[in-house]
Structure formats: C-alpha cells, structure tokens
Design a protein. Structure first.
Length: 365
C-alpha cells in the first residue's frame, strides 16, 4: 500500500506540474532529477527528458534555435484603441482556464494577406491610370439593417454592387469599386467600400444609394449610424489613398514585400493607421470590380508601383498614375488635331485647282 500511495502521490505531482506548465524546470533544480512512475510522470519525463543531462542538453539546443531565429520587428507601429482593448482581453485570459473556440475573432483573425493587399492597391492604381478616382467611401453596418448572418450579408452586398453596376451603365460611366469586410465586437460583420463616381454625379449617387438601402433594409427606419457616405470633393487623390489605408488596416502583420533595394518591408508599415484585428469570418474578405480587376490589368499590361518594388509612401500614395492618364489624354488630343490638319491638307491637295478656283471666283449672276 505504501508503494501504491507513493505512486499516486508522484503521479499527482507530475499532473500538477504538467497542468501548470512547469515541464521545463530550471537546469540543476532538484525537480529535474526526480523520476515519476505514474501515467502523468511518463508524459512529463518524455517532454523534459529522463535525466538532468538530457534536459539541459535540450535546453541548450532550444536556446541556440531562439538565438538564430529572426524575430519580427515593428518600427513606429501604432496600436489602435481597438487593438489595445484586445491585448487587455488576452491579458485577462492569460492565466486560468478559459473556454475558447477557433471561431473567436480575437484569437483567429482573418487578416488581409499580402496578395490581397497587392490586389487592392493595383485596383486603385489602375483606376487612376484610366482617369478614375476612387472618390466615394461607403460604409455599411449590416446588423443595423437586420442582416445578421454572413450569407445574408454577402447576398445583400452582391445585390448592392450589381445594382450599382446597372446604375453606372445607365449613366454611361465605368463601374469601379473595391470592398473590405471586417468583423467588429459590437456590430459584427460590416463592409468598407471605395467607389468611383464623377463629381457632377455624386448628389445623384447619394440619392440612389439611400433609396436602394431603404428599400432593401429589414429595419425601418435605418439607423443613422448604419450607413456612412463620404463624397467630399477636395483633395480627391489624397482622400482616396487615406481611405485605402483605412480599408487595409487589417493587413497581416507578417506580410512582407521585397523592395527595389532587396530589403524586406512589412506591408503594415506602409499604412498610417494603427493595426486593427479584422476579426474572424468565413465569407469573402475583399472584392474588386471587373473593370479594375486582374484580367483587365493583364490585358493592358499594367503593373502597379508596388508590384515594381516601390515602397516609398511618397510615391505609392501620390497622383503619378492619374498624371500619366492626363498626359496621355493631352497627347492623344494633339495627335488627333494633327491628324485632322493632315487630312484637310490631303483633301485640298487632291482637289482640282481649276474647278476649285472656278467655284470660288465665279461672279454671282
């Protein structure tokens, strides 16, 4: 009975050490030399080694790996108010037993990937290259309009974008938009959109989108906070790129871009807004309209500054692409005028001089 009691006592100590995370005792401590005979003891010995020498050797090996590892370093990276709140929540749950699932939006966020960041940037850039500025911001908090689950939200979002495309066709303008989905702690899934609407049509767009959402909302009247529309005309390019950075504040903190000088640059360092947890979702994370999508960019051979390795934000968020479009437009107009003059000269040169003189100089009857 004494041996049986000791075995249970040893197994209890081993279980306690395992549950407390004390599997890696300080080298040289007495606990490293203690052998346990129970089930938990065997697990503990397998983790930390049967002898102190084995345990200390494994510690030296792990220390070497940690020293060789390249840690992620974030320079001048701000934390938003939301991110600080997330850290406080994680701090409270660092000790003790907490019931969590893989769907917890704090623990398993669905970041914007590096590829998605490139896609969004290229879409905005090619819009500028085609003479279109993403000058309208539309934010929709779907739960306030009665759309609670992801499938209902994505169906409504698709319905909105399809009707916007039809509205653009009726106005004879190109349909250019991007969107980013996020999941917040309070209101759940919401969408940030950037759209291109000519300045003279912005009042008509405001009227149309309000009427559309009021017609399709499950809540009447729609709360004022549910929909936000920004269509300010001043500093259009600057506002466009600030909105882009806001949409991309949930980019993965591990996404890296190799710059022209072969240095690795974190994409999160290219954003002026503090990083925010974008939340967990199973639906589509981002979207880009066909007019400025991959297929069109490939057809015209367009590569964005970011694709070419430019990481200087003074160039990335400038009006360079829009200026290129303006220069091309002016160049095309000059060519057109020259073509007209050449055509007139050709017509005059092929005309019969005598007949022409006759028709012009003939005295009136």
């Amino acid at each position: 009975m004494k041996n049986q009691s000791n075995r249970y006592s040893d197994d209890g100590k081993a279980r306690s050490a395992t549950e407390n995370g004390s599997v890696g005792c300080a080298p040289g401590s007495s606990a490293n030399r203690q052998r346990f005979t129970g089930e938990y003891g065997q697990v503990l010995d397998a983790v930390r080694g049967h002898t102190r020498e084995i345990h200390e050797a494994s510690e030296r090996y792990l220390a070497g790996l940690r020293q060789d590892a390249q840690p992620y370093i974030f320079v001048n990276q701000k934390l938003s108010h939301k991110s600080r709140g997330d850290l406080r929540w994680l701090g409270k749950h660092a000790e003790g037993i907490s019931e969590v699932t893989m769907n917890d939006w704090r623990l398993c966020p669905k970041y914007i990937t590096g590829e998605q960041f490139h896609e969004l940037y290229a879409a905005v850039s090619v819009a500028n290259r085609c003479g279109e500025i993403m000058n309208v911001r539309l934010d929709c908090t779907w739960a306030m309009m009665g759309f609670k689950d992801e499938s209902a939200v994505m169906k409504m979002l698709g319905h909105l974008l399809k009707n916007f495309s039809e509205w653009c066709s009726s106005k004879d303008i190109n349909c250019a938009w991007i969107y980013v989905n996020e999941v917040g702690q309070t209101f759940g899934l919401h969408t940030h959109m950037m759209l291109s609407v000519p300045n003279e049509m912005r009042p008509a767009f405001r009227k149309w989108v309000k009427a559309f959402l009021m017609k399709n909302s499950l809540v009447t009247p729609i709360p004022k906070e549910a929909v936000k529309i920004q269509t300010r005309p001043s500093d259009a390019i600057g506002r466009q790129w600030r909105s882009f950075q806001y949409l991309c504040k949930g980019v993965s903190p591990y996404a890296v871009k190799k710059a022209n000088n072969d240095e690795n640059v974190y994409l999160s360092s290219l954003i002026q807004y503090g990083h925010e947890n974008p939340g967990q979702m199973s639906c589509k994370r981002i979207g880009v309209s066909t007019h400025i999508g991959k297929t069109i960019r490939k057809q015209i051979g367009f590569k964005s500054l970011l694709d070419e390795g430019v990481t200087d934000i003074r160039d990335l968020y400038s009006d360079k692409e829009y200026r290129k479009w303006q220069e091309d437009e002016w160049s095309n107009r000059e060519v057109s005028a020259a073509d007209v003059i050449a055509s007139l000269d050709d017509i005059l040169s092929r005309s019969s001089p005598g007949r022409g003189d006759e028709s012009w100089d003939r005295p009136r009857p």
